[in-house]
Design a protein around this ligand. Structure first.
Ligand SMILES: Cc1cc2nc3c(=O)[nH]c(=O)nc-3n(C[C@H](O)[C@H](O)[C@H](O)COP(=O)(O)O)c2cc1C
Length: 368
């Protein structure tokens, strides 16, 4: 009998061959939003990781929505062509049934920053910074750029930019879109009372704070009707006065009602005051809470790096899928290891097959 991890799952009409997802990971290696050879090799590597769901990095719907000068975008013809080139190559080497998605995003007040390995944080005056936007004119932290609060007309323009990004994603050939509604980026900035102090119909109670994210979800769905659409949310801000787990459940319910097919349950990212308890599977209880309350398919993420740990989360009914970020960077064939550990049959490209037996040996050695 197959493990839960290697049992296919259908989300929004597309079948994923297993329940392992590559989590979105910014590579800060784009050229004015366009995928480069770095992305080509990285997407091809993900394609052969053994994961059935590949969620490509935060991809911004306009230039000023990028975190850094190196972030990926889908705001120009060049971006679309470059994404298609890398995606086509990844598909040619992918395992059977692997599906590729793009995480559509806008960084809002957390844009105009340095690349992670340059220390992150806001770009200095001599580093070609740009004006950021958000729900309200509140910087992320002391010393960060103060964003302009979007006008209602500006919000409408951005909804259309998300739709345009979704049309580009469909033309480039992606199977699904994940709305980045977590980690303190623009959609989250509207959702959280920490960053949204608006007094118009986009601010106040959660119902109003959901108005812009739901407009985006609807516009993206209409713009790319053939694609499956899901979302990543921060279920809690981990700050008093910020989003609570109850709010996270409300957001997940609203997204489900808007037709989104899955919710990836992450947390935090919208305040430097957050206190996130770390440790293995530190966010799984959030996925479990959303799954129980809303009944929408959920993906758990956060320090899930051992195959048996992943299998237990699914077998105990706490989540429907798992997403891995750092574990995939550390072990780009993690899925092979999981199959070897759990005793599942697994197909690898014939060129690589002679290496696969070592995974079995290593898995047995680990258990000995
Ligand atoms: C290099 C790197 C880049 C990341 N970029 C993104 C991103 O583009 N979008 C996102 O939602 N999360 C991003 N994350 C967060 C991961 O998707 C994931 O939620 C987090 O690392 C916890 O999972 P892990 O313990 O398996 O690494 C990034 C993480 C890493 C390590």
């Amino acid at each position: 009998m197959s493990s839960r991890l290697f049992t296919p799952i259908t989300l929004g009409g597309i079948e994923l061959p297993n329940r392992i997802a590559v989590a979105p990971m910014c590579q800060y290696s784009a050229d004015d939003g366009s995928a480069t050879d770095w992305h080509l090799q990285q997407w091809m590597t993900y394609a052969m990781s053994g994961a059935g769901m590949i969620t490509l990095e935060m991809t911004d719907v306009e230039r000023r929505g990028r975190i850094s000068h190196g972030c990926l975008g889908l705001y120009s013809d060049a971006n679309e062509a470059a994404a298609k080139r890398a995606l086509d190559a990844a598909r040619r080497v992918a395992g059977p049934g692997v599906k590729f998605g793009v995480q559509l995003a806008h960084a809002g007040r957390k844009a105009s920053c340095r690349r992670a390995w340059e220390g992150g944080g806001p770009l200095g005056a001599d580093e070609d910074p740009w004006q950021t936007v958000s729900a309200s004119a509140i910087p992320y932290d002391d010393g960060w750029h103060t964003p302009h609060a979007l006008t209602e007309a500006g919000i409408d323009v951005l909804v259309e930019k998300f739709a345009a990004g979704a049309r580009r994603a469909a033309r480039a050939g992606f199977d699904f879109i994940e709305l980045h509604s977590a980690h303190g980026y623009l959609l989250h900035q509207f959702l959280s009372p920490l960053s949204n102090r608006r007094t118009d119909r986009y601010g106040g109670p959660l119902e109003n704070r959901l108005r812009f994210p739901l407009a985006v979800a609807g516009a993206v769905r209409d713009a790319a009707p053939a694609l499956m659409i899901g979302a990543r949310i921060s279920v809690t801000d981990w700050v008093d006065g910020g989003l609570s787990v109850e709010d996270g459940i409300g957001i997940a319910r609203a997204y489900r009602d808007a037709g989104l097919a899955y919710i990836c349950c992450s947390s935090g990212g919208n305040s430097p005051l957050q206190k996130i308890p770390g440790g293995p599977g530190y966010q799984v209880h959030l996925a479990e809470a959303v799954k129980k309350a809303v009944g929408v398919p959920v993906r758990a993420v956060g320090l899930i790096d051992e195959p048996r740990q992943a299998e237990d989360i699914l077998a105990q009914g706490r989540a429907d899928m798992v997403a891995l970020a750092r574990a995939i960077l550390a072990d780009p064939r993690w899925g092979w290891r999981a199959a070897a550990t759990l005793g599942d049959p697994f197909t690898v490209a014939p060129q690589l097959a002679r290496g696969a037996f070592l995974r079995k040996k290593w898995a047995q050695d680990r258990q000995a």
